[in-house]
Design a protein around this ligand. Structure first.
Ligand code: G3P
Length: 214
């Protein structure tokens, strides 16, 4: 399973990149707003650090606006993936940009038929949001299993990118369900390496050695 970081924070991106396990980055308008930086400038900075796919979302919600912003974002670096909302206009823009050879990530996906449609339109990535489905009382993992089954049944090449991941249980479930990619906040990446027995075991190894040899 590929691992992306879901943030626009450059320091977190650099730290995750330095671990040697980072395959890409996803951003969205809320994440950029939280950083209070210019979207284009920050995307360039991210692409200077990470060579894998960097998702850059459009702000426009109409077709012409999405195409304009999509072309602008795609000019920033060759690893930019244009992130579009899963709407009628978004689907049309996905198809048009994909036909031009510009990769797309279809976001705000909450049911398997949306994933079927974006795959047919040529999306590179589809982003089903697990945590936000959990938030409203659904089991967010259901959509991951459903999309996996649909894509495998019909041989769609669109990558299943599990998004809105809140904790390590989501990550375990996504890995078992066969998600192609998971995008996660930095705090989840840190927790993926943590276990109390690792910490206590390490502490004992070091103290035993120091007791014996000073
Ligand atoms: O970037 C899209 C997605 O990962 C957002 O997650 O936690 O805001 O639902 P969240």
């Amino acid at each position: 399973m590929e691992l992306y970081i879901d943030t626009a924070n450059l320091d977190e991106i650099k730290q995750a990149h330095d671990l040697g396990v980072l395959d890409g980055v996803t951003t969205n308008p809320s994440l950029i707003a939280a950083e209070g930086v210019d979207y284009g400038k920050r995307l360039k900075e991210i692409c200077d650090v990470v060579s894998g796919p960097v998702s850059a979302e459009v702000i426009a919600i109409d077709y012409d606006g999405m195409m304009k912003e999509g072309h602008e974002r795609a000019q920033i670096a060759e690893n930019i993936v244009v992130k579009l909302p899963t709407t009628m206009a978004g689907l049309k823009a996905c198809n048009a940009l994909s036909n031009e050879g510009i990769r797309t990530n279809m976001t705000l996906c909450f049911q398997p038929l949306q994933a079927l449609m974006v795959a047919k339109a040529g999306a590179f990535l589809v982003s089903p949001f697990i945590g936000r489905l959990d938030d409203i009382g659904h089991d967010g993992m259901d959509i991951i299993h459903q999309i996996r089954q649909v894509y495998d049944t019909y041989g769609f090449q669109t990558k299943l990118l599990a998004a809105s991941i809140r904790h390590t249980k989501h990550m375990v479930d996504c890995a078992l369900a066969g998600a192609d990619v998971a995008t996660v906040p930095f705090n989840v990446i840190q927790k993926m390496l943590a276990h109390p027995l690792t910490s206590s075991g390490l502490e004992k190894f070091v103290s035993d050695y120091k007791k014996a040899f000073g």
